[in-house]
Design a protein around this ligand. Structure first.
Ligand SMILES: Nc1ncnc2c1ncn2[C@@H]1O[C@H](COP(=O)(O)OP(=O)(O)O)[C@@H](O)[C@H]1O
Ligand SMILES: [Mg+2]
Length: 1005
């Protein structure tokens, strides 16, 4: 073995990577075009270019001003978005596609120059589609689309097709027809928003719409569509960037980019300081000089490895600069670095990637360069001197490396997800010569595995460690940016709704300090996104081999949809029927967050929610025999109060039939009352579905379970001869498993029937479990198998989303729920069988619109229906689904109630696993009043140790018991979540001989 040195990892978590000591770098050759070198000379007029052999001016050929040198003078005249004139390059797209397409929007024909750019971007789009093996865009603009303005998701992108292609294609899959690409600012229009002074709505008159399979159409919209999300590419070439920035400013709809935020993110010093403050992000050691720092910067040495020197004026700074540079060049912060780079920082310098490289020994020339550049500075700009780490040098399998070796550049795309949490969505690498910077446009897109293997690093564990480090750093970077934004005013952000939804973070992979370390260089959203698209495109045409893994843009599109849903629902007036108990406390908070105007009908005049809504209508709804009459009375009350409702819905079992009747009275969208009645009546549901034999097949009858309704002793006598025992006896209209019991033989059947008839007669005996409909029972065959919940969102009979969770073994004989796990551990085929079964059962009952919770058991012969709850799932389900998938069933239900198609991603992916147990007063009274008190559990919840869902207010034991709370733990795998929960339950005294948590969780392995 030639190398005897084992380099130690400098950062925690990254295993030591054996590296040979870095050899001295070969002399660098100037990698410049003649003209670039010439302008460089002009810019640094008083310097001589020949002072160093190690000097190199490096430029990113990607930017439009790629040969603009360090400190060019024209910059100031041009402004940040490029000049106002200039024609696009011509003849750059090989390929054949129709030229006679309707690119002019009728209302606003463009000037010749603008038109030339529109044609250019259209051709670029066709070229991208062609390379991806996708069909040419079809022009349907002759027949305008009418659509339903204000009622549909409209995701609008104004930008370069090649940058945004991955987002556009993913949007076409997740929200078909609603992802729109505008190729010209003239296709968009800002109109003042009534009621929101200073803000405007954005209307789309023309766009290329994206559909599944990469199908695209050129569409005109009459009337124009109203954007529910806007993403502007700000580097669109002469003049257009500025127009895009103007369009994005102060919109009523959410925006994912603004010129104001872009300026901040393009400030190298600011972003470097943000990153340096994150413990897990390595940044190059940096010395910065400025006259007047950006207000958001921290002064002095506030961030590790980053020194900010504030100069008092332009004159007489030579001594101070020399001292600081000297200290920096000799400082330990530079480690074994041999070179430093001198760069400019500030948004005016965006796209001008020019910098100079110097040997660390060249104090005089570094100082001269800094002083020369200082003259160019305006307020809030700075000159940076930073460490340049040598590229990774791994032992070559076939002898010592001869050339300059290879450098790896890593770019990571990270997206803002539910709850402002950053999530890494893709890593793309570039590999290039070690003696010049690797940039997006001068290297091929590679996977991390491929790039590292190229450099001789094939060990899977090491690659995983690098990936983990990149993930942590990129997510921390976005986290820091979001935290920064949270402290900015709407004006500073460019609008009330302007937020950064994704970020590209560029890293150099270095062997700094002997350890393989990704060092964060800059934030570069557009280029990173484009690189992801290029990597995904590798598998696209022709479709060879395996598809790329998850789309880089998937979480971004999910965020666009989630923000669109809020935009569509803000200010909607909804009538909620039945407030529900403490378990539904989240409703009022969520409504405020979403800007919903809630009006509440509730039987309890003193309900706490009466204070939290716009209008409170006290109305006794408990007698369900009177549902029809009550619906009429309520409709009159609503009309008398002059409420202008957009929708009416309920999530409370007792109120579902009444709500359907009320909607009918008020002419609001809802499921037919007959369907609700059918679903609420357990034996009728099963007997109805049993008759549904198809076609189409498979039919719902396959999932129904034989049962007998029981209203009298005589019914019980008949039933025990019809239903094979053991069976399950339960309340027809019950909830929360109250009154449910496993019955093994005829005597047990009689006994349970008479006990329930005696104990649970009316609403007052156990409020809220459906006794207002009576206490009729049913006897049902016992279904063997594992139990699962499927939570569905249906719109117009179409399945928009489904979430499957698993239940642990119930406690017999009463079937109380013990434990649950999400996402399901079922094999994918079983999972889709469950979803389809639940979907078919809903359709079979006529439930076509809404959010439904279907309970099923999976038997050897397939899924069997336990019951349909024609409402949002109870207990912890809404919380868990929101936490894991970023989908809010409450908002989805509210949208359906308003007749709006919920804006949901087609394939939401879970971000981890949750495993939970129920706590019962009968089992845990002692723990719940000491170690696991409500306050103690809440404190653990707030610290992120567990997830608490409180289901009951008071610690009162009862014969027919419902769970008091659910306690859950999260983890990257079900096993980890389960073990965490088990440990917690043991510590808190929730686990015990009569409540064996390990047994309840044993299903989730
Ligand atoms: N036919 C059955 N076979 C097996 N278990 C059943 C059956 N019916 C109900 N159960 C069990 O009883 C629990 C409660 O029954 P369910 O019909 O869901 O009533 P509720 O409306 O009270 O939730 C179910 O979650 C399931 O564990
Ligand atoms: Mg149930």
């Amino acid at each position: 073995m030639p190398q005897a040195l084992l380099y130690k990892a400098a950062l925690p978590g990254l295993g030591a990577v054996p590296l040979p000591p870095p050899p001295p770098l070969p002399p660098l050759r100037p990698a410049l075009s003649e003209s670039a070198r010439h302008t460089c000379r002009a810019a640094a007029a008083h310097q001589s270019l020949s002072h160093s052999t190690n000097e190199m001016l490096s430029l990113d050929p990607s930017g439009p001003e790629w040969d603009c040198p360090l400190g060019s003078k024209d910059l100031e005249e041009e402004g940040p978005w490029g000049g106002d004139s200039g024609l696009p390059p011509t003849g750059c797209f090989p390929g054949s596609w129709r030229q006679d397409v309707g690119l002019d929007y009728k209302g606003s024909p463009e000037g010749a120059e603008a038109r030339a750019w529109t044609v250019y971007y259209y051709s670029l789009l066709q070229s991208c589609l062609q390379q991806a093996g996708l069909p040419e865009t079809q022009d349907r603009s002759q027949v305008p689309c009418t659509g339903c303005p204000g009622a549909e998701v409209t995701l609008c992108v104004l930008g370069s097709p090649s940058t945004f292609l991955p987002v556009l294609l993913e949007g076409g899959v997740q929200s078909p027809g609603n992802m729109l690409l505008c190729l010209s600012p003239a296709w968009l229009m800002k109109v003042p928003a009534p009621g929101q002074p200073g803000e405007a709505a954005l209307l789309v008159s023309k766009a290329v719409s994206f559909h599944p399979g990469g199908l695209t159409f050129l569409d005109d919209f009459v009337p124009p569509r109203r954007a529910t999300y806007f993403l502007a590419g700000l580097g669109l070439g002469p003049g257009r960037g500025r127009e895009a920035a103007e369009l994005a400013r102060d919109l009523t709809c959410p925006t994912g980019a603004s010129a104001e935020l872009a300026r901040l993110l393009e400030d190298r010093l600011l972003t470097r300081q943000l990153l340096a403050q994150q413990g897990c992000v390595a940044v190059p050691a940096t010395l910065a000089f400025t006259y007047k720092p950006l207000g958001l910067l921290l002064g002095g040495d506030a961030s590790p490895g980053l020194r900010l020197v504030e100069l008092s004026g332009k004159e007489g700074q030579e001594m101070l600069v020399k001292e600081e540079v000297e200290t920096f060049l000799h400082s330990e912060a530079l480690g074994d670095v041999l070179q430093v780079a001198v760069k400019l920082s500030g948004w005016r310098w965006r796209g001008r990637q020019a910098f100079r490289l110097y040997s660390r020994a060249e104090l005089g020339t570094v100082v001269d360069t800094v002083l020369a550049l200082l003259e160019k500075l305006e307020e809030e700009e700075s000159v940076l001197v930073e460490a340049v780490y040598p590229p990774v040098r791994l032992p070559c399998s076939d002898g010592p490396a001869l050339g300059p070796g290879l450098a790896v550049r890593i770019c990571a795309v990270v997206c803002r997800t539910q709850g402002d949490r950053p999530l890494l969505s893709k890593v793309v690498c570039g590999v290039g010569r070690g003696d010049r910077p690797v940039r997006h446009h001068n290297s091929l897109p590679r996977t991390l595995e491929g790039a590292l293997a190229q450099c001789g690093l094939g060990d899977a564990a090491q690659v995983a460690a690098v990936r983990q480090r990149v993930k942590a750093a990129a997510e921390a970077a976005l986290g820091a940016v979001l935290a920064l934004e949270a402290g900015l005013s709407a004006e500073q952000r460019g609008g009330r709704r302007a937020h950064t939804d994704f970020l590209g973070v560029d890293f150099a992979l270095t062997a700094a300090g002997g350890a393989l370390t990704p060092v964060a260089l800059e934030l570069n959203s557009g280029l990173c996104l484009e690189a992801c698209g290029a990597l995904e495109g590798l598998w696209a045409a022709p479709r060879l081999g395996p598809a790329a893994d998850d789309a880089a843009a998937a979480p971004l599109v999910e965020t666009m949809l989630r923000r669109s849903a809020r935009c569509l629902m803000e200010g909607k007036h909804l009538l909620v029927v039945g407030a529900g108990g403490v378990s539904k406390k989240f409703v009022w908070e969520a409504a405020r967050d979403y800007g919903l105007q809630l009006h509440l009908v509730e039987s309890d005049p003193n309900h706490f929610a009466s204070q939290l809504v716009q209008t409170f209508i006290h109305f006794d709804m408990t007698e369900h025999q009177r549902d029809e009459e009550n619906a009429r009375l309520l409709a009159e009350l609503v009309r008398a109060r002059g409420l202008k409702l957009d929708g009416c819905f309920s999530y409370w079992d007792d109120c579902l039939v009444l709500t359907a009747l009320l909607c009918q009275e008020l002419g609001l969208p809802c499921c037919p009352p007959a369907a609700m009645r059918l679903a609420k009546h357990k034996s009728r549901t099963q007997l109805h579905l049993l008759c549904h034999h198809g076609p189409p097949w498979p039919a719902p009858s396959l999932h129904a379970v034989p049962c007998c309704p029981l209203e009298s002793e005589a019914d019980v006598e008949r039933a025990v001869h019809q239903v094979p025992l053991p069976g399950v006896m339960k309340l027809e209209f019950g909830a929360g498993a109250v009154g449910t019991r496993l019955v093994k033989d005829a005597p047990q059947c009689y006994e349970h029937f008479s006990q329930i008839t005696r104990d649970l007669q009316g609403e007052a005996d156990h409020p809220g479990i459906g006794l207002g409909w009576g206490n009729a029972m049913l006897l049902m065959e016992f279904v063997e198998g594992t139990e699962h919940d499927v939570d569905l969102v249906l719109f117009g009979g179409r399945l928009l989303a489904a979430f499957v969770s698993d239940n642990g073994p119930t406690r017999l004989p009463g079937f109380t729920e013990t434990a649950a796990c999400m996402p399901t551990g079922l094999a994918p085929e079983q999972e889709v069988q469950m979803v389809q079964a639940a979907f078919r059962c809903c359709l079979g009952c006529g439930l076509l619109d809404g959010v439904f919770n279907v309970e099923l058991k999976l038997t050897g012969a397939g899924p069997r229906l336990i019951e349909i709850n024609p409402r949002m799932g109870g207990f912890y389900l809404r919380d868990w689904i929101l936490e894991l998938y970023g989908v809010d069933l409450l908002l989805a239900a509210a949208m359906v109630a308003c007749g709006l198609r919920p804006a949901l991603p087609t394939h939401p992916r879970a971000r981890g696993h949750l495993v939970g147990v129920m706590c019962l007063v009968s089992q845990h009274l002692q723990a719940l009043s000491s170690t696991a008190s409500r306050e103690a559990l809440q404190a653990l919840h707030d610290r992120g140790v567990l997830r608490l869902n409180l289901l009951e207010e008071a610690l009162v034991p009862g014969k027919y018991e419902e769970p008091y709370c659910s306690v859950a733990c999260a983890g990257p795998s079900p096993t980890e979540a389960r073990l965490r929960l088990l440990g917690l339950c043991q510590g808190l005294g929730i686990d015990g001989p009569n409540y064996p948590v390990a047994h309840f969780l044993s299903h989730f392995k």
